[in-house]
Ligand binder design. Structure first.
Ligand code: XIL
Length: 732
């Protein structure tokens, strides 16, 4: 029963994982470490603080996930060398020793920076400014001391940090005068030395470490202006023989920016002048801020809206896909901090793959478990409008491989997410194109068949105006149909007779309401035929009572289930003798997730047996006995079927559960009370359960049959296939 309940929850949760639904935690760190997943691409680093390298649990995370470490603050000039002749090696050493002991290589951050700098280098004992020669002497001594102390464990140095000016400042005040903005940051270093200090710092570093990788590191490298300023500076320096080996792109990004194009522009531009790029300080803010300056107010972590998490996961996935694509030049990707708790941006920004309790987030899994083949895959260009689109609507579209692509107009939105996407990704995040329209394609082929979906626009859930609405999740949702290899069995055929579906409304005393059922009547229903005695008479038919799942209703089987079409086709092909199918509302929408354990189907049993069946037997030409009556249902409708058929075996002679659990022989009191049992589900559900049930039932002498639907999960193609198979064995 537990498994059944579990399966039932999956029906309408869409992008939610089962864990999110039931609060069962998933360990996203289970599996290889990031460093192992990326061993053919680049090293994976993390910036660490004191606690990270002293707390055993945190140390374990570092050892498992990372093969590069940066000291977050401990090696910065102002920290390690706060006064002339005063050195704070304590924490710096402990980080280095942790790395030495564990065979982890380090990035040395940073030797020369305007911030957290050893500002004493600029003044003499009396506080007067020194000449640049004095400054250089001090800087050289500083660089030599740090590099010599740690170069055994360091493979790359951020020699100069953040020397270039930001975008958006065409003019600036220099010494009280408004002047055209310089490409360089107006730091004390620059004011004293011009850009010569950059060259000097690199030269000193090269003297001290002839083999280490020397990096110029900066933020906002993806901004058009800053990218070009960095490019020009590094190019000029390199041409002058300054030993710059690579560029560090800090990677303080957010969930909206940069897009792939902007990121690639920077990587490609820098590739022209360096062979090594490090992504040195990656974190993704959940607001629109970016860059190396801190604007966000730190604070206690407040829970983050689900869609924000999806945007962040998607952004991490996109960025890493681009990093992998450029692994010829990207040699390291370093997260700036271990967990949200450590983040310089504040836990409230939730910027990292580990949360404030050091639990891995789904982001970690998404970054790690990438599909190298999918990186290169380009969907086939044979797009057609989804068959379920509203009249005249071009989008959504599907291709022959099962990809789906979407187009949504929402000019002022900040984010648009389609709930449909590959497993565990929380949907497909759309991006605004040049025309300002939101577009996007599923990451890979979807399961064939019908899928419910919706849009989440800035956190608000709406339907896609491109496509029709289908009742699921207790509401009318958008739907899309992915072509299936066997789609002919539920396709309209022009050359065959068609039955029809009638709506029956009836008063239900037990619920005190009008209730509705849709009734499929086969072609020929009601026509006069010659009876056994030669007299003209109207044929009578067996009846299948076919139930929908949680959050669905009486329209679900006839519309997205295509029950009528499936019946027409089976009858036309002579695979079944015509029968009636009654698809009634099964009272399942009143049950909230979480209360399903208390579900007994007693109300529906009353409605079905005392009210609906008499109405059907009165209004239609039925054969009103148990051996001409079947009950089957999908998901929660399967649960109802099981409960009701076992309690009331005198009413139904044929039973079917479609992704709705299984029967076991010991549950059935009288083996003669049922002529046929069907159980089925998708191969992505619980096929073992189905196979075991069929085996056990057969061994106990029951006439049982199962179907495991290929390539499908808890969705309507599974159930269409189940109906098609089950129908052929009913009433025999
Ligand atoms: C940050 C640290 O994370 C903070 O703890 C500190 O207060 C300020 O500096 N660019 C860099 C990093 O190169 O050194 C900065 O680190 C973040 C921006």
């Amino acid at each position: 029963m537990k498994k059944l309940l579990f399966a039932l929850t999956l029906i309408a949760v869409g992008s939610l994982t089962a864990s999110a639904q039931w609060g069962r935690p998933i360990d996203y760190s289970a599996g290889p470490g990031l460093k192992d997943a990326y061993k053919d691409y680049f090293t994976i680093g993390v910036a660490v603080n004191k606690a990270n390298v002293s707390d055993p649990a945190q140390m374990e995370i570092i050892k498992k996930q990372f093969n590069s470490v940066t000291a977050e603050n401990a090696w910065k000039p102002g920290e390690i060398h706060p006064k002339e002749g005063v050195w704070n090696f304590g924490l710096a050493d402990s980080i280095a020793n942790f790395c030495r002991e564990n065979g982890i290589k380090m990035r040395g951050h940073c030797l020369c920076w305007h911030s957290q700098f050893a500002d004493w280098m600029f003044t003499d004992k009396k506080g007067k400014p020194v000449k640049k020669e004095v400054f250089y002497e001090r800087l050289r001594d500083h660089i030599h001391t740090v590099v010599n102390r740690y170069k055994d464990v360091v493979y790359a140095w951020d020699v100069v940090n953040e020397a270039m000016a930001d975008d958006g400042r065409p003019f600036e005040f220099v010494d009280g005068k408004l002047v055209k903005a310089s490409p360089y940051r107006q730091s004390r270093h620059f004011k004293l030395c011009g850009d010569e200090f950059i060259a000097k710092a690199f030269e000193f570093a090269r003297e001290a470490d002839p083999t280490g990788v020397l990096i110029y590191n900066d933020y906002s490298c993806v901004d058009n202006g800053k990218r070009e300023r960095i490019y020009e500076m590094v190019k000029k320096m390199k041409e002058a023989g300054v030993p710059i080996d690579g560029i560090g792109m800090q990677g303080h990004y957010n969930i909206y920016f940069p897009d792939e194009e902007q990121l690639e522009k920077a990587i490609n531009r820098f590739k022209e002048i360096v062979k090594i790029i490090h992504i040195t300080e990656l974190d993704l803010r959940t607001n629109t801020e970016t860059g190396g300056q801190l604007m966000f107010s730190r604070g206690e972590a407040k829970p983050q809206a689900g869609y924000i998490g999806t945007l962040q996961e998607d952004q991490y996935a996109r960025l890493f896909k681009i990093f992998r694509k450029h692994a010829d030049v990207i040699k390291n990707v370093t997260f700036w901090n271990l967990s949200d708790k450590d983040s310089w941006l504040g836990a409230n920004n939730h910027p990292l793959p580990f949360d404030e309790n050091f639990k891995a987030k789904r982001s970690l899994q998404i970054i790690r478990d990438f599909d190298a083949a999918a990186d290169k895959r380009v969907p086939k260009d044979d797009w057609v409008p989804n068959p379920m689109n509203q009249p005249g609507q071009e989008y959504p579209q599907v291709n022959s491989e099962g990809f789906a692509r979407f187009r949504v107009e929402a000019p002022d939105a900040k984010s648009v997410i389609v709930s449909l996407g590959l497993g565990g990704r929380g949907g497909t995040v759309l991006r605004k194109n040049k025309e300002g329209v939101w577009v996007g394609t599923t990451e890979g082929p979807m399961d064939p068949g019908f899928h419910y979906y919706h849009l989440t626009i800035d956190g608000g859930v709406v339907n896609d105006p491109g496509t029709h609405n289908y009742f699921g999740s207790c509401r009318w949702e958008s739907g899309i149909e992915i072509p299936a290899p066997d789609q002919d069995f539920y396709a309209w055929r022009k050359d065959i007779p068609h039955g029809n579906i009638q709506q029956v409304n009836f008063w239900s005393e037990s619920t005190g309401k009008m209730q509705t059922a849709n009734v499929y009547l086969p072609d020929g229903y009601g026509k006069l035929v010659k009876g056994k005695n030669g007299k003209l008479t109207q044929e009578r038919y067996p009846v299948l009572y076919l139930q929908h799942g949680w959050g669905e209703n009486e329209t679900s089987w006839p519309v997205q289930g295509k029950a009528g079409i499936i019946m027409d086709n089976l009858i036309a092909d002579g695979k079944i003798k015509p029968f009636i199918v009654v698809m009634a509302y099964g009272l399942t929408n009143d049950f909230k997730f979480g209360t399903i354990g208390k579900f007994t189907a007693e109300e529906f049993e009353k409605l079905l047996i005392d009210e609906l069946i008499p109405v059907i037997d009165k209004q239609f030409l039925t054969k009103p006995d148990k051996w001409n009556r079947a009950m089957a249902g999908l998901s929660m409708g399967g649960m109802e079927t099981k409960l009701i058929t076992l309690r009331r075996p005198e009413v139904f002679g044929y039973w079917g559960l479609l992704s709705g659990g299984t029967y076991m022989p010991e549950e059935i009191k009288d083996p003669k009370c049922v002529k046929y049992i069907f159980v089925g589900c998708g191969d992505k559900e619980n096929p073992d359960g189905i196979n075991k049930s069929v085996e056990a039932l057969k061994a106990a002498g029951f006439n049982a049959e199962g179907l495991v639907s290929e390539g499908t999960a808890h969705e309507f193609l599974t159930w269409r296939r189940c109906l098609e198979k089950m129908a052929q064995s009913l009433f025999k």
